[in-house]
Design a protein around this ligand. Structure first.
Ligand SMILES: [Zn+2]
Length: 340
């Protein structure tokens, strides 16, 4: 089968790789219908995250089950399935409390690679959720979004306690930030402020439910949020970047007693204790337990209530994956969908 391998920073190749097989009785093998490039794939692509030799890439996926191990009972060959970027058993105490991304048996899909024609899914019963029947072709991008960016944006909005009567500010206009806007809208937020300086991303944020756009960043961005919220700051802030600047901006944009959900993968961020102490902000974040939200998100997508697939503004055959990475790296594309 063909699959994406990152050899060195900037060196994306699509190669012949061995077909995955059932290693454990709890595994499934799926034929990938669509995969995509994640903002977090850009960290090793840019050389910021160290590579340990040639690495299969990708952790977002939807597809059709090809084969299951002898202990798999909840999905069967021929079903269309969506899974999270963490494989999880969905039965341990941490999973049952809603934190499948910290499952005691978790496996990071990025270590297997889903930007490929086939992929192996560990802990298939806990990880995969089947759609009701074979979805219409036009729903596939949205279902793929549920695999990571939508689920992650959703967790950010939930962690920030977005809801009725609350003003939500979203720091970051990548696919996750845009999906956090969509989630805040679905969760009933009264006002949603998207922070973006790119016209096309602003348009999508407005389409997803943003009521205000702030183009300033850093201290000026914080001042703009305060100005829109009577000097208090937002009730709910979602941080969807993971840099020092965005985290600082998010903490300072949250009002005392407010909630901040941080879902951008943190890179070299340090927050001063005294600032946190005096902020009186509730902080919650980390790798999103997407699996918790999948059944609900799949229903919303299949009922055509939400259309998160709009974050994909570039679709390429798998063999042109390198161009998908380049376009996202240069911010020419919000998110690239790869068709195996
Ligand atoms: Zn678990």
């Amino acid at each position: 089968m063909r699959g994406v391998v990152l050899h060195a920073p900037g060196d994306v190749r699509v190669e012949d790789r061995p077909d995955p097989v059932i290693n454990e009785p709890t595994d499934a093998v799926i034929r990938v219908s669509a995969a995509c490039v994640c903002g977090s794939d850009l960290w090793p692509y840019r050389g910021i995250e160290k590579l340990d030799g040639p690495t299969p890439m990708g952790h977002e996926y939807v597809g059709v089950v090809e084969e299951v191990g002898s202990q798999v009972t909840t999905v069967k060959p021929g079903q269309f399935v969506v899974g999270s970027f963490w494989a999880s058993d969905n039965t341990c105490e941490i999973c049952r409390s809603g934190y499948q991304s910290a499952c005691v048996h978790r496996v990071l899909m990025g270590t297997i690679g889903t930007q490929a024609q086939l992929t192996r899914i560990p802990l298939a019963d806990g990880t995969l959720v089947a759609t009701p029947g074979m979805p219409d072709q036009d729903l596939i991008p949205s279902l793929l979004a549920a695999s990571d960016v939508l689920g992650t944006g959703w967790f950010g909005a939930v962690a920030a306690q977005a809801g009725p009567g609350r003003t939500v500010a979203v720091v970051g206009d990548g696919a996750v930030g845009l999906c956090a806007v969509l989630a805040a809208k679905q969760l009933g937020a009264e006002r949603i402020i998207a922070m973006s300086r790119h016209a096309s991303r602003q348009r999508l944020a407005l389409e997803f439910g943003a009521t205000d756009i702030v183009t300033e960043r850093g201290d000026e961005g914080v001042a703009a949020i305060k100005e829109l919220t009577g000097g208090l700051g937002a009730h709910s802030v979602v941080e969807a970047v993971g840099t020092q600047e965005s985290m600082t901006q998010a903490v300072r944009s949250t009002r005392p007693g407010g909630h901040m959900g941080f879902v951008g993968v943190s890179h070299d961020v340090a927050l001063p204790g005294d600032e946190l102490f005096f902020s009186l902000v509730h902080l919650h974040g980390g790798p999103a337990p997407v699996r918790q939200y999948l059944p609900e998100l799949i229903d919303l997508i299949c009922d055509r209530e939400i259309d998160p697939g709009k974050v994909f503004d570039l679709t390429l055959p798998l063999d042109q994956a390198a161009e998908g990475y380049r376009a996202m790296d240069e911010r020419r594309a919000v998110k690239a969908l790869l068709q195996p």
